[in-house]
Structure formats: structure tokens, C-alpha cells
Design a protein around this ligand. Structure first.
Ligand SMILES: C[S@@+](CC[C@H](N)C(=O)[O-])C[C@H]1O[C@@H](n2cnc3c(N)ncnc32)[C@H](O)[C@@H]1O
Length: 367
């Protein structure tokens, strides 16, 4: 059973299907994907500053790469986290940039308490628009999405390498990969309705307010049961921040079904390397603030058997803001009886269709 709650969005009141069940840390939960919008608040920043799995990787990379260097912290947030850690690790200077005004002001207010504050410069703005000198030796930027590139890391870091980093300068993190596996959404939320967690509603409203109208937001699934996957995971998006960094890309992969079930989409999740030679952070298997993203493909779930193949192509192209990617997913399910079912999804960063798919019509029932 789910409830319908009304939220006020530009122009009208919108019905949203909400899970009345308890919100617990280990219980699956459905949220809109939030990281790619300028709606960060103290709660979201705290989920990151308390993410040990993430933080120890950035910390280790800074300890190795920052000593004696000029570092650039893109998206420093309200806590100046990597700028401060870089200085503690022995960086000569840290330039920190933040685009959200409230976070910038909070970071600015914390500067006087920092012992090495004379070695930090804090700027308000978007790194892609700012000009400054001298260039940095190391750029640290935690602008990685649950769908790895969704926060614009490719365009922002390609620009940083071209304009803000010394030739041969290094980027932390080193690599981010999105993996995908075949799933059915209701298997990701067992014994509970397919409905948003109540605590996510303010974020849903903030995203629609920011855009000016509702649209089919990406669906973030927290704590999905690992046994809901119908195939192994395979890479569908690869970002090599210190290598051949593509701002637009297309990857085709074959997901071989490993157990009988019903499929209606894919689940994607992040693998992240801060240094090239470490075990990656795996957002499906580790406790971290990054969650998984469910992308719908078929309005009606289709039966699958072991050996069937879901062939998936994930393509990215820069949206009209020139930074955040729009995603396009095309898929063909090949079953043993020789049938082929095609599915697709356009998942733009902002705008696009509203209630285009059955799942969005169910989540946002028309009054
Ligand atoms: C995921 S949060 C990370 C915050 C903090 N660095 C941390 O790791 O806990 C990303 C932050 O980067 C900011 N941001 C994203 N792209 C940016 C850009 N191109 N220039 C400046 N700030 C940016 C966002 O506003 C947000 O505060």
C-alpha cells in the first residue's frame, strides 16, 4: 500500500506516490537522483562528510599527491573538505571553488578557524567560467554521480585539465565507471510499494522548482537487495580523468541473464578509483552515500531465462548547459525462443517528458 501526497510545484499541485513504511538505514528506498542539481543542503553534505568508504580513498590520494603541490578543489562544498585535507597533507596552496552561494558563504565563514587559512583561496562560481592564475598541479573534484558522469565531471574536468592544471597535472579521482545489470524495479523494493521515500519529497520539489516544471527525474534506489540482479554487472560509462577523457560517449554491452525472472530495466551503480592501483569503491556492495540508479526500459516486465541476453547501449551527449550529460539508453532483449524486444529511454539532465513511462505515471498519478 502507498499513500498519495500533494507537493506544490511551479504552476500546480502534484500528486506523488509515497511509501508509508518506516525509513530505516538498511531498508530499500526510492528517491529522485539529487546530486546533479544545485540543491545541496546541510543534510546532503553531511551524508558525504560522514562517508568513510569514500573519504579514506580521497584522503589517501591527497596524502600521496598533495605534498608540496598547488591543489585545486572544484566543488569544495560547505566544508572545504579536500582543500583542508590537501593542506594537512602538505600542499603548498589550495584554491577552492564552490558554485552554490549558501555553501560558499558557509565555507567562507569557516575560513578564520583554519590554521593554514593564509594558504587557502576560496572563490564563488562555476569552475568552467572562472579564470585564475597560477595553474594547479593537482585537481581534486568530488563531482561524481551515482550515475558516474551525471554531475558533469567529464566536461568540468576536461575544462580543468585544459585551463586550470599545469601540463602533466593530475586529477583525483583517477577513474569512474558506471556498471549496469538487468533488473525489475519491484524486485529492488521487495515487500514494499514502488513509491518515493517521504523524506525525499522536499528534494523532488526543489528539483522541479529549480527547473521550473516537473519532468521524469532519474530514480535513485538506496540499499537494493543484491539478489535482485538478473545478470552480472558490466561497464556502460567510463570516465578516465587522467587519460582519454570523453565528454560524450556511447558504450554497448551484453548483459547475460543468470537466473529466471522478469526484467523491466537496468540498475546502474558506481565504481570509483581515486588512485589507479587501488581496489575501487563499489557503490552496490559497499556502504556509501552513492546509491544505485534504476533506468526503465519496458513498461511491462518481460520474462527471462538464463542465457537470454539484454543488449544495452548507453550514450551521453552534453545537455544545453554544456556541462551535464543527457543520457540515452537503447536496448534489445534476445530470448531463447528467438524473440527480440526493443526498449529505450531518454533521460535528459533536465526537462524532457513528464509521465512518459508507466513507472512515472504510477509515481505521479494524475488527479
Ligand atoms: C558532491 S558535492 C561534494 C562536496 C565536497 N567536495 C565533498 O566531497 O564532500 C559537489 C559539490 O560541487 C559543487 N560543484 C559542482 N560542479 C561545480 C563546478 N563546476 N564549479 C564549482 N562547484 C561545483 C556542487 O555545488 C557541490 O557543492
Amino acid at each position: 500500500m502507498s499513500d498519495i501526497q500533494q507537493i506544490e510545484v511551479p504552476g500546480h499541485s502534484l500528486g506523488v506516490r509515497v511509501d508509508p513504511g518506516p525509513e530505516r538505514e538498511d531498508r530499500p528506498a526510492l528517491w529522485p537522483s539529487v546530486g546533479e542539481y544545485p540543491i545541496y543542503d546541510p543534510f546532503l553534505y553531511t551524508t558525504m562528510t560522514t562517508d568513510d568508504e569514500r573519504n579514506h580513498r580521497f584522503h589517501t590520494a591527497l596524502e600521496r599527491l598533495a605534498p608540496g603541490r598547488r591543489i585545486l578543489d572544484i566543488g569544495t562544498g560547505q566544508d572545504l573538505l579536500w582543500a583542508r585535507e590537501g593542506l594537512q597533507a602538505g600542499a603548498r596552496h589550495a584554491l577552492a571553488i564552490e558554485v552554490i552561494e549558501a555553501a560558499f558563504h558557509k565555507a567562507a565563514a569557516s575560513l578564520p578557524a583554519i590554521t593554514s587559512q593564509d594558504r587557502i583561496t576560496l572563490l564563488l562560481g562555476e569552475s568552467t567560467s572562472l579564470r585564475f592564475a597560477p595553474r594547479a598541479d593537482v585537481c581534486v573534484a568530488e563531482i561524481i554521480g551515482s550515475l558516474a558522469g551525471a554531475e558533469g565531471a567529464a566536461a568540468v574536468l576536461a575544462d580543468a585539465r585544459a585551463r586550470h592544471l599545469e601540463p602533466g597535472g593530475l586529477v583525483i579521482p583517477h577513474r569512474a565507471v558506471s556498471l549496469a545489470a538487468a533488473v525489475r524495479l519491484s524486485d529492488l523494493l521487495p515487500e514494499q510499494p514502488v513509491a518515493f521515500a517521504e523524506s525525499s519529497l522536499p528534494y523532488l520539489r526543489n528539483i522541479f522548482d529549480w527547473h521550473g516544471s516537473p519532468f521524469d527525474v532519474r530514480l535513485r534506489v538506496e540499499n537494493p537487495p543484491a539478489d535482485a540482479l538478473l545478470s552480472e554487472g558490466a561497464p556502460v560509462e567510463v570516465l578516465e580523468f587522467n587519460g582519454d577523457l570523453q565528454t560524450q560517449q556511447s558504450t554497448t554491452t551484453r548483459l547475460v541473464i543468470t537466473r529466471p525472472g522478469l526484467v523491466d530495466g537496468v540498475l546502474t551503480w558506481l565504481n570509483l578509483w581515486c588512485l589507479p592501483d587501488e581496489e575501487p569503491l563499489d557503490a552496490l556492495r559497499m556502504k556509501t552515500n552513492w546509491a544505485t540508479i534504476y533506468l526503465p526500459l519496458f513498461d511491462c516486465p518481460l520474462p527471462v531465462e538464463p542465457g537470454d541476453v539484454l543488449e544495452v547501449t548507453l550514450a551521453t551527449a552534453l545537455s544545453d548547459d554544456g556541462v551535464h550529460p543527457d543520457y540515452q539508453l537503447n536496448a534489445a532483449l534476445h530470448t531463447a525462443d528467438g524473440q527480440r524486444h526493443r526498449g529505450s529511454l531518454a533521460s535528459p539532465h533536465h526537462g524532457g517528458a513528464f509521465r512518459s513511462r508507466a513507472i512515472y505515471r504510477a509515481l505521479f498519478p494524475a488527479s
